[in-house]
Design a binder for this molecule. Structure first.
Ligand code: NAD
Length: 272
């Protein structure tokens, strides 16, 4: 992985304690980066940071934080600068998904103002707060940097039962392009990745599957079958490592002219 030139770079990965974030921590760690595992799950972040040190050597830290809180994000970035003296890469990965219908005539699973605010505050406001705090450090260092935002193909395609989630992911596209226009002059690249259907993570919890199946008027088993039958030209779900490796490439100088765009990682599904 020397080809990437990420040795010694300092990377903050939000939502790094499990799922896609943990896979991104592993790929960046393998490439020699020093990682701050930023997650609301403090214990999970500790476990991942220790595992990185054990596996790849070097210093990696847990950076417990709630991306939806400005105070928490600011103190997390301060702690990272205190530990490593710099921030070179931010991966805005933390995200949640709570399926609901816009209108549920049965009144069971309808989108409430509270759920709308919760999903927006983590997925959308959280990315903004982290990007702002990290970009301030990158600008004042004069070294530039890279921000990688986690979108989802549903941000472009929409998704039945997941309108608020899809809306926050559409915002990721808009922020990626806008921040690229503002930050390019500071030598900070801003890019996004947009996964399609991946191997299951904690995001696909029993509660999530039950709600999503309900919003689509099908059973959980039918929902799982629909995922299996989904027409993906490559004929399989994506691996977390495949998204993580793309993030590493985008975080590296090997992608130095990729800026203000979101890379689709869906085995061809979205464009099929
Ligand atoms: N899994 C997929 O199929 C898929 C597809 C497309 C996009 N995504 C996106 O990838 C990202 C990661 O998803 P995942 O599937 O790994 O989910 P996950 O539930 O496995 O992991 C999410 C992580 O974010 C953390 N987190 C949640 N709220 C937080 C907060 N307020 N502050 C800090 N950390 C918080 C959780 O503790 C957890 O460690 C999300 O942005 C998601 O929208 C996932």
């Amino acid at each position: 992985m020397d080809w990437l030139g990420l040795e010694g770079k300092v990377a903050v990965v939000t939502g790094g304690a499990c799922g896609l974030g943990r896979a991104i921590c592993q790929s960046l760690g393998e490439a020699g980066a020093r990682i701050a595992v930023a997650d609301i799950d403090a214990r999970g972040a500790e476990v991942v940071a220790s595992a990185l040190t054990e596996k790849f050597g070097g210093r990696h830290i847990a950076a417990p934080s709630d991306v939806a809180s400005k105070a928490s994000v600011d103190s997390m970035i301060d702690a990272v600068v205190g530990a490593f003296g710099r921030v070179d890469i931010l991966v805005n990965n933390a995200g949640i998904n709570i399926p609901r219908l816009l209108v549920d005539p049965a009144g069971k699973e309808e989108l409430t103002e509270e759920i709308w605010d919760k999903v927006v505050s983590v997925n959308q406001k959280g990315s903004f707060l982290c990007a702002q705090a990290a970009a301030r450090v990158m600008i004042s260092s004069g070294n530039g940097g890279v921000i990688v935002n986690m979108a989802s193909e549903c941000g472009m395609e929409g998704s039945e039962g997941q309108s608020v989630y899809a809306a926050t992911k559409a915002a990721v596209y808009a922020c990626t392009r806008s921040w690229a226009k503002e930050l390019g002059r500071h030598n900070i690249r801003v890019v996004g990745v947009s996964p399609g259907i991946l191997e299951a993570t904690a995001l696909r919890s029993e509660e999530y599957e039950r709600s999503l199946a309900y919003t689509r008027g099908i059973t959980v088993e039918q929902l799982r079958e629909a995922y299996r039958r989904c027409r993906i030209p490559l004929g399989r779900s994506g691996r977390l490592s495949e998204v993580a490796d793309t993030v590493c490439f985008l975080a590296s100088a090997r992608s130095s002219y990729i800026h203000g765009t979101v890379i689709n990682i869906s085995g061809g599904k979205s464009r099929a």
